[in-house]
Design a protein around this ligand. Structure first.
Ligand SMILES: *[C@@H]1O[C@H](CO)[C@@H](O)[C@H](O)[C@H]1NC(C)=O
Ligand SMILES: *[C@@H]1O[C@H](CO)[C@@H](O)[C@H](O)[C@H]1NC(C)=O
Ligand SMILES: *[C@@H]1O[C@H](CO)[C@@H](O)[C@H](O)[C@H]1NC(C)=O
Length: 671
């Protein structure tokens, strides 16, 4: 990745951010374009009345019209400003794109070029604002000069700049110059792999954002050029009706073509959004764990049957419990398994056991005399000294072996509950879900939604996390299978699905329910009127993929191979699950971790587009992982498909025809 490329991207993004054309504002850009088109027509009506220059014009009349025009221009500038005052966006976009090296200098150059061009429009716009602000003090020749410079057809003048910007979006000769810039950006972003997470915007959102910026530049340019023609006409430099009409026509063509291209690019751009590895894993902040679902546990055979005998072998004990503590051995020195003991195996007779200081683990490591080590062997200091544990012979007849088993511990000391409460936005207050996360409260994992108010034309406003309904699963008024699900040896699967709403619907809630033995994710979907932004709460529906393992096309299990705890992974954990899969919570790998942890871990980072939320239509559960890692279960969000609402609003025809040469001089006709 070249430094130059990074700089280019950063500058381009600075423009995007300065113009603050936010994702959901493109519709507002549309609206603004329309309003400005009308304003321009009204202004032409002011100028329209011909001044007979050869006759010598009354100065006050020109002055008055000039002021009216500048006032209108100033009004337009304010509308543009208002649009530009969006929400401050996080620097995540820049960070991501900076990370994402350029694919070739051609692409870098194009981005750089676009940056320069957008800067030129911004410079002209700034200049105009200064002049409009100073109009009383300026010489007319200054304004005149400015107006002339804005309409002259030189490569560096405004018309040429707008054409060049347009040529990046809609390449004039497709076959010669290749793909448009937006398409290239999509390809860069989607091929980068880790992009979506660092970006915290879906590629769809990013394109929408950049398109906003460009559409806004186009509107600014159009307004400035039209007002320049007006001033030139006003100052008696000519008629310019024809020129103004051409400017309008060309603007109409460009915006229509750009809208067509953007619609195409948007429909191919991914709307997927999820989190990747944080810079630093932090328990409680970036991840949390299910605990004591299945945990490596050493127990002597003598304590695993009610008779206290050693007549079997370890493999015999596939499902049992602890019945006693014979002769004050290891069983007095370690935390007892208070639940079921599962799948025991014999590894070796004698061993060293290092107890752990971490309350979630029993052992840091175990080393057998045959040399096999479970877990990462080191100094044993965190939980006391390592203990020598030897199997023994009973009456020189039976070998009382220490077995390595799994303990499904008592529910009151384990943390393996998932809330099945619905997490909804306040639909009655016209709020929708614009962000999501998994969060652990007490010993229960909850889904939590971020809600914002839905406004007209797909805009959203404000946002806050909806408080989760906390409860204690051990309180008898809350029921397993109704209020929450307890993971057990038999019921420990979670479905991995990627869900989306039907067209014209938005995301208004999420929940877990049980589908067979699986924890199953569902989304709530509510139709809305795009024009008004009104939700129709009564037409809400729950949507899910109810496929199971037992169907004709069974749901596929995602296998975890030798899963170590994910925070130790040396490689980035990328999404490795697909729609219609499931994964089982299980013990971590024996060799890597002495089976002490429950994997996958739960990613609790918020999925909140650009840090402020975005209109969404879908959500899902995914797994991020790699070979040798238990990975994370995480949420994903699907941002709203804007493509079908992107359209050009071609400006209405400018007033034409014979203009009345006299009469009261101002009678705007707005149609
Ligand atoms: C301008 O005024 C002069 C003198 O009154 C007149 O001869 C000429 O026809 C006028 N031109 C137009 C275009 O009205
Ligand atoms: C959306 O609301 C507008 C304004 O009330 C109405 O004219 C339009 O028909 C509505 N659209 C739909 C699809 O209901
Ligand atoms: C200006 O040009 C338009 C279109 O060419 C024409 O209709 C109009 O009469 C002209 N006005 C003057 C005063 O020449």
């Amino acid at each position: 990745m070249s430094v130059r490329f990074v700089r280019t991207i950063l500058v381009l993004l600075a423009i995007v951010h300065n113009s603050r054309a936010l994702v959901d504002e493109v519709v507002d850009v549309l609206k603004l374009g329309k309003e400005i088109g009308e304003e321009i027509i009204a202004s032409w009506n002011v100028v329209g009345k011909t001044l007979n220059v050869s006759e010598g014009v009354e100065l006050p009349l020109i002055r008055r019209r000039e002021r009216l025009i500048l006032a209108k221009l100033s009004h337009i500038s304010q509308s543009i400003d208002r649009l530009e005052l969006g929400i401050e966006k996080a620097g995540a976009v820049a960070l991501f794109l900076a990370k994402n090296g350029g694919r070739g200098t051609r692409f870098e150059l194009k981005l750089h070029d676009m940056t320069v061009l957008l800067n030129k429009v911004a410079a002209v716009d700034r200049q105009m604002r200064v002049y409009v602000g100073l109009q009383e003090e300026l010489e007319r020749s200054t304004l005149l000069g400015f107006a002339q410079s804005c309409v002259f057809y030189e490569p560096d003048a405004l018309p040429g700049v707008l054409e060049q910007i347009h040529a990046h979006i809609v390449p004039p000769h497709k076959l010669l110059l290749g793909k448009g810039l937006l398409q290239q950006i999509v390809e860069e972003v989607q091929e980068g792999g880790t992009d979506v997470c660092t970006l915290q915007m879906s590629p769809h959102q990013l394109i929408y954002d950049i398109y906003n910026t460009i559409a806004l530049a186009e509107i600014k340019g159009y307004a400035i050029m039209q007002f320049s023609w007006m001033l030139l006409k006003l100052y008696g430099k000519g008629n310019f009706s024809q020129e103004a009409s051409l400017t309008r026509e060309r603007y109409g063509q460009r915006t229509t073509q750009a809208a067509n291209v953007v619609r195409g690019v948007l429909s191919s751009a991914s709307r997927d959004l999820y989190r990747c590895d944080p810079i630093q894993h932090e328990e409680g902040k970036t991840y949390d764990q299910v605990t004591r679902l299945l945990q490596g546990y050493i127990e002597n055979e003598v304590d695993m049957n009610p008779q206290g005998t050693c007549q079997e072998n370890c493999g015999y004990y596939t499902l049992t419990q602890r019945y006693g503590c014979y002769d004050d051995q290891l069983c007095t020195q370690q935390k007892t398994c208070g639940g079921r003991i599962i799948n025991c195996q014999y590894i070796d007779s004698d061993m060293w056991v290092c107890p752990s200081g971490d309350s979630k683990r029993r052992y840091d490591w175990v080393t057998y005399e045959n040399g096999r080590t479970l877990g990462q062997k080191g100094e044993c200091t965190s939980g006391g000294h390592s203990t020598k544990v030897d199997s023994w012979w009973k009456w020189n007849l039976f070998h009382c072996s220490y077995c390595f088993c799994l303990c499904e511990d008592a529910v009151d000391i384990s943390e393996r509950f998932f809330s099945m409460r619905e997490a909804l936005a306040q639909i009655s207050k016209n709020k929708v879900v614009t962000g999501l996360r998994l969060i652990k409260h007490g010993r229960v994992f909850h889904l939590q939604v971020y809600e914002s108010t839905l406004k007209e034309r797909g805009l959203i406003e404000g946002g806050d996390w909806v408080p989760v309904q906390k409860f204690d699963p051990l309180d008898p008024q809350f029921k397993d299978g109704v209020d929450y699900h307890t993971l057990t040896y038999e019921n420990r699967a979670i479905d991995l699905d990627d869900l989306d709403s039907p067209s014209g619907h938005v995301l208004t809630g999420v929940r877990f329910r049980m589908l067979g033995a699986h924890l199953h994710f569902e989304i709530r979907s509510t139709p809305f009127n795009y024009t008004t932004g009104r939700l129709s709460p009564e037409k809400s529906q729950w949507i899910s993929n109810d496929n199971t393992e037992g169907s004709a096309r069974p749901r596929v299990k995602l296998e975890l191979k030798n899963p170590d705890i994910p925070t130790r992974s040396s490689v980035p954990l990328a999404v490795d699950s697909e729609h219609d899969q499931y994964v089982e919570f299980t013990n971590s790998d024996l060799e890597a971790d002495a089976a002490q942890s429950t994997v996958p871990f739960i990613d609790v980072q918020p999925v909140l587009p650009a840090g402020v939320g975005a209109l969404a239509s879908g959500a899902g559960v995914l797994h991020r992982g790699a070979r040798g890692s238990g990975g994370f279960v995480a949420l994903r969000l699907r941002t709203y498909p804007h493509a079908r609402h992107v359209r050009a609003e071609p400006p209405a025809d400018l007033p034409r025809g014979p203009d009345p040469a006299d009469g009261p001089d101002f009678e705007p006709t707005v149609n």
